[in-house]
Design a protein. Structure first.
Length: 169
């Protein structure tokens, strides 16, 4: 038992050192989910984020995939969605690689639901990271035509303010 307890202490010290080196602190982020008006509404959340945008982006997207905490907004991505990787490329393109059984097998959803899912990713990235200008979505590491059969993912997508509730902009 002493060996196990000693190992846990070292891991805690390592985590603390990594958090300090990466300047991890609680920061407020805006996550976008479906509002009762069938637009994207924001939900503010405090999240422990590294200072570097490249390291913080995956944390923010994983938080988005968890779903909303408030009952006034609705989930936009399938429950089994996994954030495989996220990169901020020079020039402002965020590359987000999603996975999960539903997206891999083909998400049978409607066009409106898919539209809000895709643009929740775009809006969340561009609202929280000043260098993020557009988002390119991959599924399982490869370019995807679509998430659910309706919205083309053949190019990087820029924010569409008309999809966001005025109070959430």
């Amino acid at each position: 038992m002493l060996v196990v307890a000693g190992g846990c202490r070292k891991k805690s010290t390592l985590t603390s050192n990594l958090n300090a080196a990466n300047k991890v602190a609680m920061r407020n982020v805006r996550l976008y989910y479906e509002s009762p008006r069938m637009l994207l509404g924001s939900e503010n959340r405090d999240v422990a984020l590294p200072e570097s945008p490249g390291a913080a982006l995956p944390v923010v997207f994983r938080e988005l995939v968890k779903g909303p905490r408030r009952g006034t907004t609705g989930r936009v991505l399938p429950r089994d969605t996994v954030v495989r990787a996220v990169y901020l490329l020079p020039g402002g393109t965020v590359l987000v690689d999603l996975g999960g059984a539903t997206l891999t097998q083909g998400w049978g959803t409607g066009s409106h639901e898919e539209l809000l899912a895709v643009y929740s990713l775009v809006q969340t990235a561009t609202a929280n990271f000043p260098d993020a200008r557009r988002v390119r979505i991959l599924v399982n590491g490869a370019p995807a035509e679509t998430l659910g059969g309706h919205i083309s993912l053949s190019r990087s997508l820029s924010p569409v303010p008309a999809l966001v509730e005025p109070a959430s902009r």
